[in-house]
Ligand binder design. Structure first.
Ligand SMILES: NC(=O)c1ccc[n+]([C@@H]2O[C@H](COP(=O)([O-])OP(=O)(O)OC[C@H]3O[C@@H](n4cnc5c(N)ncnc54)[C@H](O)[C@@H]3O)[C@@H](O)[C@H]2O)c1
Length: 379
């Protein structure tokens, strides 16, 4: 059996923890067609690298990703560093012939994302971006109902990604709070997940009209004025945007970490000609479904808990739950399967660059107060 030897860069952080669990679970939960070896964990600081490698189950540690990318005994570079460093590491890894997985967003910068997509397209390596939520079995079920016609044609997609870390003063620190390192702020950070979800389920976004809020640092105050936000170069802490899709559907999106009581709530409702589906990550193995052809006396939403009859569910009994680690393990499994079978993975760097183009369109629309056509966005 093929052996896939993995190195993780930035492995002592939050996503280092999630991916370390995911790499460990993936081959146990379902056979990806290869054995997986967690070989090297990379962190710039020696002590941090050594202790994280030991705790998270990596064979070795290193403080220099360049050394690791150059090694002949590594097949995959898994990049879980902050987004400002993704392009440099990913392009070097591609040039060294490694398969590459990169955490979302692909980059903070559209030009960098494009360079990554070009490098990936010119190579034979498998490349994937970690938009993990689309791999949840409940989402795979929604995708199937769109593909087999059960839901009909998409009409309207409404998505929220809300957390409460901002109001609690907890999450928006470190690189996330820094101009440059934090990219577009909340739109690129958690908003990118709902853009990816929309692209996956509904199709390409054509036009965007957006408004952004940047938190006024004065205590108990609202957002800065739009002028102050732009002129001060503040990152966005709240984003609302409307879209049209290439296929005629329309949509609206909201992302913020200033939503008291919301605990990582990634929610959407998708209305189609044949019915409506609703998904809430806080109930991650459920889909709410209403079908137009249901008998009139049964019209309304039913709750479907994904079970052994749905794709990618590991447990033989419904209701065992499917959560964040399952999601990461599933995306890693699919990535490894693509390597073994010599086919592209999804979403790849080109898909994620399209998402980055939508993020850039949100920024440009908020600044210009105009609709922005995604295909016309320049890096
Ligand atoms: N998919 C998700 O659900 C999800 C959730 C959170 C974060 N993310 C993404 O994951 C990435 C990392 O976010 P995080 O929250 O884990 O950040 P983090 O700050 O917790 O971890 C990043 C790690 O990278 C290390 N690092 C930075 N530069 C390095 C370098 N040159 N060499 C080696 N190590 C280096 C840091 O020391 C740190 O340990 C970001 O792209 C972020 O958007 C994704």
């Amino acid at each position: 059996m093929t052996e896939i030897r993995v190195a993780i860069v930035g492995g002592a952080g939050f996503m280092g923890f999630a991916h370390s669990l995911g790499w460990a679970v993936a081959p146990i939960a379902a056979d990806p067609g290869a054995t997986i070896r967690k070989v090297v964990l990379v962190e710039a600081d020696e002590e941090r690298a050594a202790s994280a490698a030991k705790r998270l189950g990596w064979e070795e540690w290193s403080t220099d990703w360049r050394d690791v990318v150059a090694r002949d005994d590594i097949d995959v570079i898994d990049i879980v560093t902050p987004p400002a460093s993704h392009a440099e590491i990913a392009i070097a890894a591609i040039e060294a012939g490694k398969h590459v997985l990169v955490e979302k967003p692909i980059s903070n910068d559209l030009a960098e994302a494009e360079a990554m997509a070009v490098a990936a397209a010119a190579s034979a390596v498998v490349n994937q971006v970690s938009f993990n939520y689309r791999h949840a079995p409940a989402i795979t079920f929604v995708k199937q109902m769109l593909a087999d016609g059960t839901l009909g044609h998409p009409l309207q997609f409404r998505a929220h990604y809300t957390q409460d870390g901002g109001v609690l003063g907890r999450v928006i620190s470190g690189w996330r709070a820094q101009k440059g390192a934090g990219g577009s702020g909340v739109t690129g950070d958690i908003g990118s997940h709902i853009i990816d979800m929309a692209s996956y389920l509904v199709g390409d976004i054509k036009q965007v009209n957006a408004v952004l809020g940047a938190k006024n640092p004065a205590e108990n105050s609202s957002w800065l004025s739009d002028n102050d936000r732009r002129e001060g170069g503040h990152l966005d802490d709240a984003a609302l945007w409307m879209v049209t899709f290439d296929n005629g559907a329309i949509g609206s999106f909201a992302a913020t970490m200033y939503a008291s009581g919301r605990k990582n709530r990634m929610f959407f409702e998708l209305e189609c000609t044949g019915g409506t589906v609703q998904f809430d990550w806080n109930r991650s193995d459920e889909v709410q479904l209403s079908l137009v052809n249901d008998p009139p006396e049964q019209q309304g939403f039913r709750t479907i808990i994904v079970n052994e009859h749905h794709q990618d569910v590991w447990w033989p009994i419904a209701g065992m739950g499917s959560g964040y680690i399952d999601d990461h393990a599933l995306q890693l499994q699919k990535f490894v399967q693509a390597i073994v079978e010599g086919r592209p993975a999804s979403p790849d760097f080109a898909d994620a660059t399209r998402t980055q183009r939508v993020i850039t369109a949100v920024m440009q629309s908020a600044d210009s107060h105009q609709w922005v056509t995604v295909d016309e966005v320049k890096a």
